[in-house]
Design a protein around this ligand. Structure first.
Ligand SMILES: C[S@@+](CC[C@H](N)C(=O)[O-])C[C@H]1O[C@@H](n2cnc3c(N)ncnc32)[C@H](O)[C@@H]1O
Length: 210
């Protein structure tokens, strides 16, 4: 059963405006939204002339998107097994989705292969605040190391901590707790820690350099 909000997503932190600005005046931009939910961003991009596809492994939510938005390309597909050719996309988007997947690092690495040279990844996701006695996983330093190891050049980075706090406040107000944030979350490490550790949110634009 899909939640009344479709999925828990941090609306207002979405990347669409950034993308439209980034590609102003360009034609035939091939974009892939990984973990697209019901396809809000895919639909916005299509309306702006992008050749956009959304994938999500939840069939129910893809069907919901197909009812909501006619004539957009939404497909049931697992991010661990994306069936598109290498060097195909100009742009790949992860909006509030990468960290909840089971193998975020390998998914990011595989998606890099799907990008054309100089292609762009837009990623918005949460992070754990760093503290001395906790491990480093999914902190901003951790994410930066992952990007560095994949030779993805950071061309923009914004900390969206205050917007994230507002979003969490809104979820608490609406649902009484934050457990819905774990809905469909396959990443056990995050499930274990997300309600215990302090979190923030970041937005970044990464460029494929090799
Ligand atoms: C928090 S929602 C965000 C949805 C959308 N990007 C948005 O911002 O509205 C995360 C989405 O990722 C999808 N997802 C999680 N793991 C996935 C996987 N391995 N492959 C494809 N989609 C996945 C979930 O089904 C869910 O729709």
């Amino acid at each position: 059963m899909i939640d009344k909000r479709d999925v828990f997503t941090s609306s207002g932190l979405d990347l669409v405006d950034e993308i439209i600005e980034l590609y102003k005046g360009d034609d035939n931009i091939k974009a892939l939204d990984v973990g697209c939910g019901s396809g809000y961003s895919v639909n916005c991009l299509c309306e702006k002339g992008f050749d956009a596809t959304g994938i999500d492994y939840c069939e129910e939510i893809i069907n919901l998107g197909k009812e909501k938005y006619k004539n957009i390309d939404l497909q049931v597909m697992d991010a661990n097994n994306i069936d598109f050719p290498k060097n195909y996309f100009d742009l790949i988007i992860f909006e509030c989705s990468l960290s909840i997947m089971k193998n975020p690092e390998s998914i990011l690495s595989n998606c890099k292969e799907l990008l054309k040279q100089k292609g762009i990844i837009l990623l918005s996701d949460f992070y754990f605040k760093k503290s001395d006695n906790q491990d480093n996983t999914y902190t901003i330093d951790y994410w930066n190391t992952v990007f560095d190891e994949l030779n993805l050049k950071i061309i923009k980075f914004e900390d969206k901590y205050s917007e994230w706090r507002n979003f969490l406040g809104m979820v608490l107000w609406e649902y009484g707790d934050l457990s819905g944030l774990l809905m469909g979350n396959e990443n056990d490490q995050i499930n274990k820690d997300i309600l215990k550790k302090e979190t923030g949110y970041f937005f970044t634009i990464l460029k494929k350099e090799d």
